[in-house]
Design a protein around this ligand. Structure first.
Ligand SMILES: *Cc1c(COP(=O)(O)O)cnc(C)c1O
Length: 248
């Protein structure tokens, strides 16, 4: 490493430390406002488009849960971070194609985005063959009930996208552990309204799956509303790492 690189690294570390302090303060304030214990909410740093060196810096600052949304980018980054001797938990939060399951089970600790029976089956098969420990799975649920935008649909009997059937498929496979639900607020919805609706879906879901208590909801722009409505995991990208060059 040259002196120049070292200086840049120090600058970046200071930048990340500053944004991390601001995000942590927001999470603490949201927990206080909701009467929840701060320890109930885990922050996942979503590092898509940012380099492995940022993951290492974040880990050094105590951010050990890291999220990625594309396998091609995540697989290489996870390998780089591991090679640097840095240990983090990888959360796969993006749309997942069945032909990427084999790769994802190789590095992910949690997959947040299982939204069809066929994907659950493929992920279980990949985990059985290519993994030696259970994989935590969140079922992604659609808040507005429009299956075209991703997410299983609560109350639907669709054999591939009905929430109950997707959850049952995850729960039925030994190498998967049904940990809870994940959602993204629909475009154009007020966060309050979106996460209020989500809380209703969660309440119904927990009747059948009382141990699946994780709720991954809330991003840089709407973490407060998500925490008010019960999020246990918030997925924070731009507020932590900076604005991404392209919308993804
Ligand atoms: C990018 C991304 C995030 C983080 O979004 P920000 O608005 O940058 O905080 C969270 N969840 C998913 C699924 C994402 O793809």
């Amino acid at each position: 490493m040259t002196d120049q690189d070292a200086a840049t690294g120090d600058e970046r570390r200071a930048q990340l430390a500053g944004s991390l302090a601001r995000v942590r303060a927001r999470i603490a304030a949201a927990c206080a406002a909701a009467g929840r214990d701060r320890s109930e909410v885990t922050m996942i740093g979503v590092t898509k488009t940012y380099p492995a060196s940022d993951v290492s810096l974040l880990a050094g600052l105590g951010v050990t849960d890291v999220g990625e949304n594309r396998d091609q980018e995540a697989a290489g980054k996870a390998a780089e971070v591991a090679a640097a001797g840095v240990d983090v938990r990888w959360h796969f939060v993006g749309q997942l194609q069945r032909n990427k399951c084999r790769s994802v089970v190789g590095y992910a600790d949690v997959v947040h985005s299982v939204d069809s029976v066929r994907l659950a089956t493929a992920l279980a098969e990949a985990a059985r063959r290519h993994r030696d420990r259970p994989l935590d799975v969140l079922v992604q649920v659609s808040i507005d009930g429009d299956p075209a935008r991703g997410g299983a649909v609560a109350g639907s009997v669709d054999i591939d996208r009905g929430l109950d059937l997707v959850a049952a498929e995850v729960a039925r496979h030994q190498p998967l552990r049904l940990a809870g639900l994940m959602a993204v607020a629909p475009l154009g919805w007020e966060p309050e309204r979106a996460f209020g609706r989500l809380a209703d879906i969660v309440a119904g879901f927990r009747v059948d799956h009382p141990t699946a208590t994780a709720l991954s909801a809330g991003m840089s722009g709407d973490l407060e509303a998500a925490i008010a409505h019960g999020a246990t995991h918030v997925r924070i990208g731009s507020a932590l790492l900076g604005k991404r060059p392209t919308l993804r």
